[in-house]
Design a protein around this ligand. Structure first.
Ligand code: SF4
Length: 320
């Protein structure tokens, strides 16, 4: 059952210039992204810094307004909802940040922080709230006595558990997790990822998991979408993506990440040499042609659509 569907999502940020500060261009951060996520499924969104993956997350959360496209949450179109109308839907879609500390009031005890959404959404107050918060603490692997501590007294991994408890408090259907483990040590990363996997199995949660880290993606995702300059260039199940990547960009990302010998790793990395072009001025045709070792003449002028080349395997490349 689909719980989140995104159709041709676009987010352009205007660039202003000149004496009159007129719009002189736009940054095409997200440029026609479509996908869906089922109950109990994790869709990984991977790509280099600046590819637009975090903007997809913020737009879906309605923290920023989309320029075009549709966002359908649990069968309801939330694309054009204003903040007031969006409020009842906010409990259905929650987020976990890379740095949960930045979103926590340092002067409030952890129990109050996790219990806040329960009060805000009128779910529980007083003793009922405290009991629910204590149960949430235990469920994410924190002792209920820790409810009295302050955020700075927790380790990075414990803070992320607090962030998860806060997101979980209102029983959401979808969680957007933006680089939730990238600031943690590898051993702690695995613990937090395993917790998220357990919670998904228990509550049927759908995750949109945003990360630049392929090892993390491999651990948690069911399907993976690879983004490049605001577009999805490949989307398929995890096993197929790692065994038979079809897009040259995916191939290059995987080669750079998985070759154990550092000298060979450097050689493979040459495939994706050069910086990502500016999303304010993406190359014409295939956005990847300036870095692609297989580019042909057509690639510079024709934009390859994202096509289903095998059941469930979508690729945007003229050669596939
Ligand atoms: Fe490379 Fe051309 Fe395929 Fe783009 S369309 S990825 S430039 S071969």
């Amino acid at each position: 059952m689909t719980v989140l569907a995104v159709d041709k999502l676009v987010k352009h940020f205007p660039i202003h210039g000149g004496l009159l500060q007129r719009q002189v261009g736009s940054v095409k951060a997200v440029d026609g992204v479509s996908f869906s996520i089922a109950k109990g499924e994790t869709l990984g969104l991977v790509g280099e810094s600046g590819c637009g993956k975090s903007t997809v997350g913020k737009t879906i959360l309605k923290l920023i307004e989309p320029t075009a496209g549709r966002i359908v949450l649990g069968g309801e179109d939330i694309t054009a909802l204003k903040p007031g109308a969006m409020w009842p839907h906010r409990r259905r879609i929650q987020t976990i940040f890379q740095d949960p500390y930045s979103s926590m009031n340092p002067r409030l005890p952890a129990g109050t922080i996790v219990g806040e959404p329960l009060e805000n959404f009128g779910i529980a107050q007083g003793r009922a709230r405290d009991e629910r918060v204590a149960a949430l603490f235990e469920r994410v692997g924190l002792r209920p006595e820790a409810m009295r501590k302050y955020a700075h007294e927790f380790s990075g991994g414990q803070r992320q558990r607090l962030g998860i408890a806060k997101a979980l408090a209102v029983s959401p259907e979808v969680i957007v997790a933006d680089e939730p483990v990238s600031a943690l040590d590898v051993s702690v990363q695995a613990q937090v990822l395993n917790l998220l996997i357990d919670l998904q199995a228990e509550y049927g949660l759908a995750y949109l998991f945003i990360s630049h880290d392929l090892a993390v993606m491999r651990h948690i995702s069911h399907r993976i979408a690879v983004m490049y300059l605001g577009r999805i260039v490949e989307l398929t199940d995890k096993r197929t993506l790692f065994a038979r990547p079809l897009h040259p960009y995916t191939e290059a990302l995987l080669s750079a990440a998985t070759v154990p010998d550092p000298r060979r790793r450097r050689a493979k990395k040459a495939i994706v040499q050069g910086d990502v072009p500016s999303p304010a001025k993406p190359p014409p045709g295939c956005h990847f042609h300036t870095r692609c070792p297989y580019a042909v003449a057509d690639c510079k002028v024709k934009d390859p659509p994202l096509r289903e080349v095998a059941p469930g395997h979508h690729v945007a490349c003229h050669l596939r």
